[in-house]
Design a protein around this ligand. Structure first.
Ligand code: SAM
Length: 312
């Protein structure tokens, strides 16, 4: 039996709310299409809008072209295999609403050949765009000890990755790193299970994935590109799942003079959403609006969100 994984979009209601009050919605850009959950809901809310979507994973683009395009009646959707950091407003024009929902999708995590998961044995690949770039195996087999330590400390926020890194370097002289189970097994052996239900390899895998796909660099560049692509009065909504990504988004928004941070405090999933979708637990949403606020529109928007989201 084939196992088909779906992706449940996080903060979906909040994303639709984030579009309310934008003067007109004629053009939207979804820079991280995934399985199109947000995209579809946005198109249903604004059937007259033209939508451009990017994903750097060719499987996501194929999925959208096969399953979504025909189902969106009357709407206009174009899905392109591209990286949102390469989005350019001089090529695509200006947009009323832009969404970036960062990180990986559930199908990417669940498909063993993609190499993202320690639960399924597969090659240590972890590239979102499998047509280019270096794999996790190449990083593990080639980087120096201090470079691996830096990746695990900075991206995985692991305080003491030393023993695991030493074991990685030792073992690779006998057998190259190839599979996810091989790596997960080593981490289990060296670090052991300290928190029940939390696999000791979780942070190591996340750090490797972020390094393989240069995700932080993507946020630095891509968020700025997207801000440049907003119409006056348009909004950019960014959902992050990692504290470093959220910090970058927050700093870029705060330092940007062409508009203002729409939500004063970061927006997070409700308890009900987290109960239904545990991925939502670490999701953080920030919204930026180009131009100056209209007093009434600003107040109306803030009424819709929970008080705790907007108190500074
Ligand atoms: C969390 S999922 C998005 C899910 C989507 N919002 C939905 O509702 O189905 C993240 C997606 O962004 C893609 N992605 C991550 N970084 C990207 C980048 N720099 N450029 C384009 N796509 C990217 C991943 O391949 C993945 O498909």
């Amino acid at each position: 039996m084939t196992h088909v994984t779906t992706h449940v979009p996080v903060l979906l209601q909040e994303i639709i709310q984030a579009t309310q009050g934008i003067p007109t919605i004629e053009k939207m850009f979804d820079g991280t299409f995934g399985r199109g959950g947000h995209c579809r809901a946005l198109m249903e809310a604004y059937p007259q809008a033209r939508v451009l979507a990017f994903d750097r994973d060719v499987e996501a683009v194929q999925f959208g072209n096969t399953n979504l395009i025909d189902k969106i009646k009357g709407g206009f959707l174009e899905i392109i295999h591209s990286d949102y950091r390469d989005f350019r407003s001089d090529q695509w024009g200006l947009f009323d609403f832009i969404l970036l929902d960062l990180g990986v999708s559930s199908p990417q995590l669940d498909e063993a050949p993609r190499g993202f998961s320690f639960y399924h044995d597969g090659p240590l690949d972890m590239r979102m765009d499998t047509s280019q770039g270096i794999t996790a195996a190449e990083l593990l087999n080639e980087l120096r000890e201090e470079e691996l330590i830096r990746i695990f400390q900075e991206l995985g926020e692991i305080r003491r990755p030393y023993r695991v890194v030493r074991a990685l370097i030792h073992d690779r002289s006998e057998k190259k790193w190839e599979s996810t189970k091989q790596l997960a097994g080593l981490i289990e052996r060296v670090d052991g299970w300290s928190v029940k239900g939390h696999h000791p390899a979780t942070q190591y895998f996340m750090a490797l994935r972020m390094a393989v796909n240069s995700e932080l660099e993507g946020v630095h560049k891509g968020v700025r590109q997207c801000l440049a692509g907003l119409k006056d009065g348009g909004r950019l909504a960014v959902i992050t799942f990692h504290s470093l990504e959220d910090r970058i988004v927050k700093q870029i928004f705060k330092g940007e003079v062409s508009g203002f941070c729409f939500n004063k405090k970061v927006i997070q999933a409700t308890e009900e959403e987290v109960k239904m979708n545990s991925r939502a637990r670490s999701a953080k949403l920030r919204i930026f609006q180009k131009g100056r606020p209209l007093e009434n529109e600003f107040k109306k928007f803030h009424k819709k969100f929970r008080q705790s989201d907007i108190d500074s």
